[in-house]
Design a protein around this ligand. Structure first.
Ligand code: GLA
Length: 381
């Protein structure tokens, strides 16, 4: 049986199909129903496996990464991302666990920007500001999903057309995001978009990781290296001030491997504003053209798991899960306490539509938005 099932396939068939793929010892893709949104849309979960047993489960709702099983240094698989068991939990109030973010990752000050002489007003959903695309961003819509299998990878192509005026943004935006899981243990995100009117675009992926395993405690012992000499300091509402500041001599210097928890509680204005790390790092870029360059490396000492992040984007939002406070109950009944997960969101800088000195996020008709991010998983002794 072909392991990719059509939309009418039953749950039973999907499970048989996945088993067949596993029995071959290679990768595979299978689809199962995952419930219905409060609007009545059917949601599916796609299970993708590579040849080394890495298993990725993705919803067509929000492109959400539900789980990601990755081996530790002894080969033991654990789920390394935070999430929920049910669609209802995602709909009721997820802090963007695993989701695709659009049209604009991170904040736009006061939900306003001026483009080509016209001022646009966006939905405000984070104090005075617009965050992660607004009230109903790309994380809360159902994408069209098409799975694929190639010789050395499996994947999912996700499509969403955002109508003109959605959340206040100008133009119809056609977005395609491809998730590829390779036999080299890479998870690749390829973003593509076109528009019929000039609009800001800044797409990202908001998975929260705990490389020791989901729910196994806080992430303060993870050792992080960031390829960034500078970061963009913020005001008390987490909007960049416009300054590009050196990390030298600050708790933001991750140029050599440093535990997340080593300096997170220092008396530092920026750490106070972020309640920890919640900042955009300006990635060091050589003369590499448009190829992804190394942005971050994260090592978890107890499991030995390593995650490397490479991207074509100029920035990386390193978020240390500061808003997790023990009120959310996730997969398998796990309670997400303070800093139980971290995110590495590759992106253009926050509030770029209001910061002419930052790299532009404006996409115009006839242009193509292209961006690539790679998460690579491995182990270290
Ligand atoms: C991003 C933001 C944070 C927070 C999380 C989601 O990382 O910068 O402030 O909103 O998303 O909770």
């Amino acid at each position: 049986m072909h392991p990719i099932l059509d939309r009418r396939a039953s749950r039973w068939l999907a499970i048989v199909s996945l088993s067949a793929a596993c029995a071959r010892g290679g990768g595979g893709v299978a689809r199962e129903p995952f419930g219905t949104t409060h609007r009545g849309e059917a949601v599916s979960v796609y299970t993708l496996k590579n040849a080394h047993g890495i298993e990725l489960r993705v919803l067509d709702y929000g492109g959400i990464i539900l789980s990601l099983q990755v081996p530790d240094r002894s080969g033991r698989l654990d789920d390394v991302v935070l999430g929920f068991d049910s669609l209802g939990d995602y709909e009721r109030g997820s802090p963007y666990f695993g989701a695709l973010i659009g049209r604009y990752g991170n904040r736009i000050a006061r939900g306003r920007f001026t483009l080509d002489g016209r001022t646009y007003t966006l939905a405000t959903n984070n104090g005075p500001n617009h965050l992660h695309g607004g009230v109903r961003g790309f994380d809360k819509v159902v994408w069209t999903a098409a799975p694929f299998e190639r010789g050395d990878s499996v994947g999912l192509v996700l499509n969403y057309t955002s109508p003109d005026g959605e959340e206040g943004y100008p133009g119809t935006l056609r977005a395609t995001v491809t998730y590829t899981l390779t036999n080299a243990n890479q998870l690749i995100f390829d973003y593509h978009a076109t528009t019929d009117r000039a609009t800001p675009v800044n797409l990202t992926q908001h998975s929260y990781f705990n490389l020791a395993g989901d729910g196994k405690g806080d992430i303060l012992g993870h050792v992080v290296t960031l390829n960034a000499d500078r970061f963009t300091p913020v005001d008390s509402t987490l909007i960049p001030t416009g300054e590009i500041r050196s990390v030298a001599g600050t708790p933001f210097d991750f140029r050599t491997p440093t535990a997340i928890g080593a300096r997170i509680d220092r008396d530092d204005e920026q750490l106070r504003y972020g309640r920890g790390y919640d900042h955009n790092f300006v990635l060091n870029k050589g003369a590499t053209g448009n190829e992804p360059t190394l942005a971050a490396r994260v090592y978890e000492p107890t499991s030995g798991r390593v995650m490397e992040v490479a991207t074509t984007e100029p920035g990386l939002q390193f978020y240390s899960g500061n808003f997790l406070d023990g009120t959310l109950q996730g997969k398998r009944g796990v309670v997400y306490r303070h800093r139980y997960g971290f995110a590495m969101e590759t992106q253009h800088f926050p509030d770029s539509p209001n910061k002419p000195a930052f790299p532009s996020t404006i996409l115009r008709p006839g242009e193509e938005y292209r961006s690539r991010t790679i998460y690579r998983f491995g182990v270290q002794p």
